[in-house]
Design a binder for this molecule. Sequence first.
Ligand SMILES: Cc1ncc(COP(=O)(O)O)c(C=O)c1O
Length: 426
Amino acid sequence: MSKQKSSLKKRDSEAIWHPLTQHKTHKYSLPLSKAKGALLYDEKGNSYIDAICSWYTAMYGHCNDKLVKTISKQAQELDQVIFSGFTHKPAIDFAEKLLNILPEGFSKVFYNDNGSTATEIGIKMALQYHYNKGAERNTILAFEEGFHGDTFGAMSASGLSVYNGPFEEHFIKVVRIPKPNGENNAEVLSQLKQLCNDKKIAGFIYEPLIQGAAGMKIYDKSGLNDLLTFCKSKNIICIADEVMTGFGKTGTCFASEQIKEKPDIICLSKALTAGMLPMGATVCQSFIYEAFYDKAISKGLFHAHTYSGNPLACAVALEAINLYQSSEIQQNIQHVIQAHRHFMAEIHNHPKLKDIRQLGVILALDLNIEMERYGNMRDKIYAFFMERGIYLRPLGQTVYIVPPYIISREELSQIYRAFREMLNEF
Ligand SMILES: Cc1ncc(COP(=O)(O)O)c(C=O)c1O
């Protein structure tokens, strides 16, 4: 180990508290020195394919030249400015572009900082929508096992207790239903109808088509559609959390495009800025905005983040959409989808596989072994891939990838090869 590397590791361990990390059992983090395209490099020059795009952000590859240029140009013109009372062209250009590519009916973009704030604001919009209308609605509906972020509203709506245990008594009111799986659709709908009689439900937050943190669990589209139709008939505000799915990962720009019933609010982050800068956006239909539009200040949405509408983030988000719409990226996406299909067809009967599934560029497989979400075996699988130059984060028995659209055929083959080896080894 080089002196420089050990010193960075040591300095890190002395000064930094990392997210989702138990430092007693995970003392050191690996210092990275650069990234380009699909690859991350450590200080020794070892490369790792970023098979989950650094938590689903850098979909067009790391340090993409166009995006770097855009940020650099914007930084020389207008940097951070307050977004209450001021506005600027990058924020307006991006909002117009986003509204243009979202399903019909979305009319206002509320800028924020990250995925949790995007969903937190979606929840607040739903609650205050009813409050402003004088309706007594105090409960949020969510799916079991959903994940919506780490702020209190988002945490309350999330159903993964591994993250939320210590805070549960402080949560906002949430009721949960199972995901529809095609067989239980009628049952889930009748559960929802019952809950609607008993509880004052203001909004329904859901990850459309696939629950990411739950282990890339794909669920039934038509069952979801029925739930949304029912919610809309009861004036329950439907909030699509597309923080993970947004910008092409499920095969369409937004997962909600694949569902007939559209959301009233959509929450975006992650690939929004292509992994270059932190930003979130909560976008709503005009009837939501109108419920806040009033002479009374108190009816407004009094929520702000210092970096809301940051010009650099808006400029890079606009360029990211241009990239997404380019024929080159669209072809790349199709290539990844086809490659996944071939791999799945080849491997789906493997005896060590409990399940393998795909949605767009997302590929997930469940190993036929009982495992803890963050246990020893999980760490072994993580190390197994790192030794083979692949970075991914297994979630218990689920190993999944969300590769960058620009990943090369060779890099994808390297990942598939490692999957096969893993199935033989574990
Ligand atoms: C569906 C979903 N919603 C919200 C979040 C929270 O986003 P952030 O980590 O940017 O706060 C995540 C993060 O993984 C997510 O997958």
